[in-house]
Design a protein around this ligand. Structure first.
Ligand code: MEV
Length: 421
């Protein structure tokens, strides 16, 4: 990532009117007036009609900006598209604590995706496997002939891995085609390749092919992020210990791990959506990876450093693209990618891992101290006030009174509205 001198720590951002916030983002990310128009205008119905079938409208979600992120030494503002209150504020808060010790550092693998070819009805499995191995170079050549552009960019089919799987009444060969997809998510490239290979595999093995499709368990395309969360800023070493006790449950119990990982995905999906990527793909990959050792567990790990600070790490598959797919045509996704200033899918996966760790830290920190309801309450109270019929000028006051009283309820909101009118 290129280094810049700008700071993503902009105090009071949340208090500014929306147009002031946009101005700050425009300056930070060097956006044009045209970029800003694409943020403000609703997406074109004709464009929507090209994206999916039977279109009747579009569905808007808020874009919020997570502040304070430093990733591999660079200050970043992170656009997040999400319907849940507190997610953006929580990520920003975590990033603020992480930046005390330099922010997030990341590590990623090459962008290798897996395409599966399921071969059934093979009489002599050992000899079929031998034949596939003997013809590996030719097989890879046929795969690569499907996508000369990818090959020219340094990507393409790189390897074959063979697995033998069996049920009580059937044995099968499952061939994995390993494809470097560069800056794409890669589903199209991989699916085209495995479909093209099906006839060759049938001929070689004497069997027949059923499935030929990408695997969403992209365990060769891993992103890792790490950060140190300052013990003093967290409230002292006893808070760090409380955090670690809370985390421990996620590491040993799938019931807690599911919720813990859901919190991680709150942040990750928000960036995935903002950049026009496929959130189902990321979700499937993350949860399958969390169960890779036979028991579903946490995607993050925490420990203390020798000074008593909390050290957090996350590791998960991140199959995202910055070329192809909806992210290349959706004007708001293009806008969000400009805010991030990213040039490669690798940079995006570093950001995603960092946001996932930040989001998880924020949730577990809140849970092991004040609980999450406190943070949720103020926005929730505003929603209740709005639903109870408060006008724009009344919402803030009604919400504030409900939070103060600890009674955030529709009937109380209605009473307050009546009393202030
Ligand atoms: C809520 O959307 C997410 C949390 O439940 C995550 C967690 O419990 O770690 C707060």
């Amino acid at each position: 990532m290129e280094s810049n001198q700008k700071s993503s720590k902009i105090s009071g951002f949340y208090k500014l009117p929306i147009n002031q916030r946009i101005k700050i983002i425009k300056n930070f990310s060097e956006l044009t007036d045209e970029d800003i128009s694409s943020l403000i205008a609703p997406i074109d119905m004709e464009l929507a009609d090209t994206m999916i079938e039977n279109v009747i409208g579009t569905f808007e979600l808020p874009i919020g900006i997570a502040m304070n992120f430093v990733i591999n030494g660079t200050d970043m503002l992170i656009p997040m598209v999400v319907e849940e209150s507190s997610v953006v504020a929580a990520a920003s808060n975590a990033a603020k604590i992480a930046r005390i010790h330099g922010g997030f550092t990341t590590e990623i693998t090459d962008p290798l995706m897996i395409g599966q070819i399921q071969i059934l009805g093979v009489d002599d499995i050992a000899s079929a496997v031998q034949k596939i191995n003997d013809k590996k170079a030719e097989i890879l050549q046929v795969a690569n002939a499907q996508d000369q552009v990818l090959v020219n960019l340094g990507g393409g089919a790189k390897d074959l891995e063979i697995r033998i799987l069996e049920t009580s009444d059937q044995k099968m060969i499952v061939t994995h085609l390993i494809v470097d997809v560069r800056d794409a998510m890669g589903a199209n490239a991989v699916n085209t390749m495995v479909e093209a290979l099906a006839p060759i595999m049938e001929e070689l093995t004497g069997g027949y092919i059923r499935l030929k499709i990408l695997s969403n368990l992209a365990d060769k395309r891993i992103a890792k992020a790490k950060a140190v969360f300052d013990k003093v800023r967290m409230g002292g070493e006893q808070v760090v210990d409380a955090f670690l006790e809370s985390y421990t449950l996620a590491s040993i119990d799938p019931y807690r791990a599911a919720t813990h990982n859901k919190g991680i995905m709150n942040g990750i999906d928000a960036v995935i959506c903002a950049t026009g990527n496929d959130f189902r793909d990321i979700e499937a990959g993350a949860h399958a990876y969390a169960a890779r050792n036979g028991q579903y567990t946490s995607l993050t790990r925490y420990d203390k450093d020798d000074k008593g600070n909390l050290v957090g790490e996350i590791e998960l598959p991140v199959a995202v693209g910055i070329v192809g797919g909806a992210g290349s045509i959706h004007p708001k996704a293009k806008f969000c990618k400009k805010i991030l200033g990213i040039k490669t899918a690798a940079q995006l996966s570093e950001i995603i891992a960092s946001v996932g760790l930040a989001q998880n830290f924020a949730a577990v920190f809140a849970l092991s101290t004040v609980g999450i309801q406190k943070g949720h309450m103020s926005l929730h109270a505003k929603n209740i006030a709005m639903m109870a019929g408060a006008t724009k000028d009344e919402i803030e006051k009604v919400a504030e009174m409900m939070v103060k009283e600890g009674k955030v309820k529709m009937d109380r909101a209605k009473e307050i509205i009546d009393s202030i009118r």
